[in-house]
Design a binder for this molecule. Structure first.
Ligand code: NAD
Length: 520
């Protein structure tokens, strides 16, 4: 079944330059290959965080529309799973080309809806593009295994088969990269997909879906439904959806992990972070300062791999002064300003939350080395800007340390030794990423072995792995066991079928044995 909304003619073909035409602000759903307006009376405004302008309106998709999307995905599955893997790969090959050609359009949409700088938005697209490139080699990645003659005349082999309808639920902070962590791997494995973009910045998902269809993805293989909690719960409860990929906060992630598992789904859930960088006295000064500034304040601190906490081993005064100097030199402005180093945070509420956590740090005894809370950006007075902020003398009991701030705030702590620094990091509930800055191989190796984090950087900030590895996470930063992309990603979106075959001339009159078959 396919529903056609009032504005469907405006969004009818994948080759149109944009899914949004005319004066309509409404973002359509994508159901069975058609962009259709939701009939829902309720919507959420997508707001440009630098200007407060309403960019578009995201519908709270109705239950019927959601069901239509899942039905479309279910209907598309049998023929898509039987489409040769080479054909599926070629569609990804075409898609990577189209993403490259539309890089500026995607980046511009991200800057408008999410706020990050254009250059950073390009990086957002590029890191997702790499997953599409990786999916072009799916035949090799999805290969099964074969052992001949496990018993006389009997061979066993395993094949990795697609699951069926899979779903993805996205956060706001990487509007292109995270949808691209999900659907290219899923569909190239032969699954069909229902994507729920973040309600805060759905535009990049829409452009990507349009490009995927232009690349040749058949109708119904990728569907998009918008909304918030109700749409998410519908995904968790749906009997036809077999797997859920989630990236976002712990509150949503743990809810989705348990609710989707209760109806028998597999779930991969990437969640919050408090990433630490340990700086040893022998670290390269200039490179380390640059790394801390870039990883602490880039994307206004709204990266799950932002280095939000630095633990200085030994005296930190020297480092603190230099950090303040460099942070002060950063330009805070709208992401469209080519000179901007960091843009606004996503919403007024996000800004309030960041400022509140900074204040709580000050009230519990932290030293505020740099305060960006009252920054004004000329020409963008309404924007949700927070300038680079640095808190020192932070201790593990402080709220600003325990909570993920998700803003341009760098927290500085001190430890007397590497052992103590590692203990601080490992005691934190999150385990997304951690980095060390040192010129000692021995210290780096100790850190790598003892640290409890998914992504480990040695003199590398933001060590987001390329797609031939997997993006991981430990402790509260991840739930599930098969991580995103890489080998684990393919395993997540496939199930193993193990076949045992016997082809031999069997002697007649051998009799029947009811004992468990064994090969001895
Ligand atoms: P969020 O959890 O608020 O939203 C993520 C998605 O979940 C959205 O699509 C939203 O509609 C839905 N959602 C939110 N609350 C829900 C609820 N109560 N019930 C059902 N669905 C709900 O996250 P966000 O603010 O968009 O993203 C920021 C968070 O994502 C940060 O915590 C960040 O660390 C994390 N993140 C993690 C990774 C990673 O790989 N570990 C990557 C990016 C972002």
């Amino acid at each position: 079944p396919r529903i056609i909304g009032v504005a469907s003619s405006q969004f009818s073909t994948a080759t149109e330059s944009s899914w949004r035409h005319g004066n309509s602000l409404r973002v359509p759903n994508l159901i069975g290959g058609t962009f259709v307006d939701s009939h829902s009376p309720d919507h959420i405004d997508v707001i440009n965080p630098a200007t407060q302008e309403v960019v578009s309106q995201v519908p709270l998709t109705t239950r019927e529309e959601f069901n239509s999307a899942v039905s479309a995905a279910k209907e598309a599955f049998p023929s898509w799973r039987n489409t040769p893997i080479t054909t599926r790969q070629r569609i990804m090959f075409k898609l990577q080309d189209l993403i490259r050609k539309n890089m500026d359009k995607l980046a511009s949409n991200i800057t408008t809806e999410q706020g990050k700088t254009l250059k950073d938005a390009q990086g957002d697209v590029f890191r997702g593009l790499e997953v599409v490139e990786h999916a072009c080699g799916m035949a090799t990645l999805q290969m099964g295994e074969y052992v001949p003659n496990v018993s006389s005349g009997i061979d066993t082999y395993s094949v990795r088969e697609p699951l069926g309808v899979c779903a993805g639920i996205c956060p706001f902070n990487f509007p292109a990269m995270i949808p691209l962590w999900m659907f290219p791997v899923a569909v190239t494995c032969g699954n069909t997909f229902v994507l729920k973009p973040s309600e805060k910045d759905p535009g990049a998902s829409m452009i990507l879906a349009e490009l995927a269809m232009e690349a040749g993805l058949p109708n119904g293989v990728l569907n998009i439904v918008h909304g918030t909690n109700d749409t998410v719960n519908a995904i968790c409860d749906d009997e036809d959806i077999r797997a859920v990929s989630f990236v976002g906060s712990n509150t949503a992630g743990m809810h989705i992990y348990s609710r989707a598992a209760a109806s028998g789904k597999r779930v991969q859930s990437n969640m919050g972070a408090k990433n630490h960088g340990i700086v040893l006295p022998d670290a390269n000064v200039d490179a380390t300062l640059n790394a801390l500034i870039a990883a602490g304040f880039g994307a206004a601190g709204q990266r799950c791999m932002a280095l939000s906490t630095v633990v200085f081993v030994g005296d930190s005064k020297f480092w603190e002064e230099k950090l303040v100097e460099r942070a002060k030199a950063l330009k805070v402005s709208a992401g469209t300003d080519p000179e901007a180093d960091l843009g606004p945070v996503i919403s007024k509420q996000a800004k309030e939350r960041v400022c509140k956590l900074v204040q709580s740090g000050v009230e519990s005894g932290a030293r505020l080395l740099l305060d960006g809370r009252s920054i004004k950006v000329p020409g963008y007075e309404q924007g949700n800007f927070v300038g680079p902020t640095i808190l020192a003398d932070v201790t593990p009991d402080m709220e600003c340390y325990k909570e993920e701030i998700f803003g341009p705030v760098l927290i500085c702590m001190q430890a007397d030794s590497l052992d103590e620094a590692i203990k601080i990091v490992n005691r934190n509930k999150y385990g997304n990423g951690a980095a060390i800055f040192t010129s000692s191989g021995i210290a780096a190796r100790k850190f790598q072995t003892e640290i409890e984090a998914g992504q480990v950087g040695i003199n590398v900030p933001i060590p987001v792995p390329l797609p031939f590895f997997s993006f991981t996470g430990s402790k509260a930063s991840f739930a599930g066991d098969l991580n995103f992309y890489g080998k684990a990603g393919v395993q997540f979106f496939t199930q193993i079928k193990t076949v045992t075959q016997q082809w031999k001339d069997l002697p007649s009159g051998a009799g029947v044995s009811l004992a468990m078959p064994t090969s001895q």
